[in-house]
Design a protein around this ligand. Sequence first.
Ligand SMILES: NC(=O)C1=CN([C@@H]2O[C@H](COP(=O)(O)OP(=O)(O)OC[C@H]3O[C@@H](n4cnc5c(N)ncnc54)[C@H](OP(=O)(O)O)[C@@H]3O)[C@@H](O)[C@H]2O)C=CC1
Ligand SMILES: CC(=O)N[C@@H](CCC(=O)OP(=O)(O)O)C(=O)O
Length: 336
Amino acid sequence: MVRAAIYGASGYTGLELLRLLARHPGVEVTALVTRQDDLPRLTDVHPSLAGRFDLPLENLSTQEVAERADVAFTALPHGASAATVSPLLEAGLKVIDLSADYRLKDPAVYAKWYALEHVDPARLDSAVYGLPELYRDRIREASLVANPGCYPTSAILALAPLLKANLIDPQGVVIDSKSGVSGAGRSPKPNFHFPECNESFSAYSVGVHRHMPEIDQVLSDASGKTLEVVFTPHLVPMDRGILSTCYATPASGATAERLQAALAEFYAHEPFVHVGDRLPGTKDVAMTNNCSIAVRMVRGRAIVVSVIDNLIKGASGAAVQNFNLMHGFAETTALI
Ligand SMILES: NC(=O)C1=CN([C@@H]2O[C@H](COP(=O)(O)OP(=O)(O)OC[C@H]3O[C@@H](n4cnc5c(N)ncnc54)[C@H](OP(=O)(O)O)[C@@H]3O)[C@@H](O)[C@H]2O)C=CC1
Ligand SMILES: CC(=O)N[C@@H](CCC(=O)OP(=O)(O)O)C(=O)O
C-alpha cells in the first residue's frame, strides 16, 4: 500500500482526488492537510464523501506528514504550493503538485506571468511536466511531477501531435477555450459569484493569462521550434468542463483526414484520448479522465476541437494517472 497525504483536500481538486483514490486498491490516504486549525471533519466539508473516508482535516507539520505518508498530492494555490513541496521532497516524499508552481522551466517567465518570485527555482529543471501522453517515461522516474494546467491539457493534447508531425505551422496558432466555473476553485471571488456569471458568457485575462506561456513551452518542445500561441479563455456558466477550439495553418497539402489520421495514430494506444469525426461536447467527457478530439478544415484553416473535464483530466485524474506511473501501477487504475 502506498500511503498518500493530500494538501488542499477541502478544495475542489482535493474532493476529486479523494473520490478517485477511494477506488484505488494500492493507496491508503493517511493525511488530509489543512492550514486551518478549526476545520470540521472532511465529510462536513465534502458531504458526498460520506462513508468513504473517516479522516480528520489536520494542520500537520512536514515532519508529521513524512511519518505517515510516502507521497503527497499538493492541491494548493500557486505560491503556497512551492513553499510546501520543497520541504516534502527534502523529507523524502514523492510529490504530485497540482498547482502551476513547477510547470514553467524559466523562473523569470514564472515571475513575469505569476507576479511572484519563485521560492524554489533550483527544482524547476528536474520537475517533470505531468502529461503522460507526452512525457510518460520521464514521469515514471520522477520524484516531483508538475501536473499540467487544465486549459493547457486540452490545447496541448489537440495540437502537439500535429506539430510533431509537421502537419501544422507552429506560428499563428490560436486557442479559444471555454471553462466551467469550478476551474476557478472553491474560494469565493466576485466574478464567479452566481448572479455575475450565471446566464452570462465572457472572455477574461485576454493576452495575460498564465496558461499562455505554459502552452508555449510545451508546444515549442513538441514542435522543436520556439512558438507563441494566442490563447483566450472564456468563462461558461456550467459547473465543469473545458472545450478548446484551436486554429492553425495546415502544412501544404494536409487535409482534415490526414490531420485526423495523425492524431488517431499518435493516440492509438492511449487509454484516455479519443479521436473521432464527431464534434465532442463537454458532457461527453464529464466525470471521466478522457479527452475527445475532432478535426475540421475550413477555408484553409485547420480547426481542432478538444474537450476534457477540468477537474479530472485537467487536474485530479491526471494526478492519479501520474501517481500510477510513478508507483508502477497500471496507468488506468482508479480511472476507468
Ligand atoms: N479547479 C480546477 O479545475 C483546476 C485547478 N488547478 C490547480 O489546482 C490547485 C487547487 O485548485 P482547486 O482545488 O480548484 O482550489 P480550491 O480553492 O478549491 O482549494 C485549494 C485549497 O488550498 C488551500 N489553500 C487555499 N489558500 C491557501 C493558501 N494561501 N495557502 C495554503 N493553502 C491554501 C485551501 O485548503 P485549506 O483552507 O483547508 O487549507 C483550499 O481548500 C490550484 O493551484 C489550481 O490552480 C489545476 C487544474 C484545474
Ligand atoms: C475558470 C477559471 O478561472 N479557470 C482557472 C484555471 C485553473 C487552473 O488550471 O489553474 P492553474 O494553472 O493555476 O493550476 C483560471 O483561469 O485561472
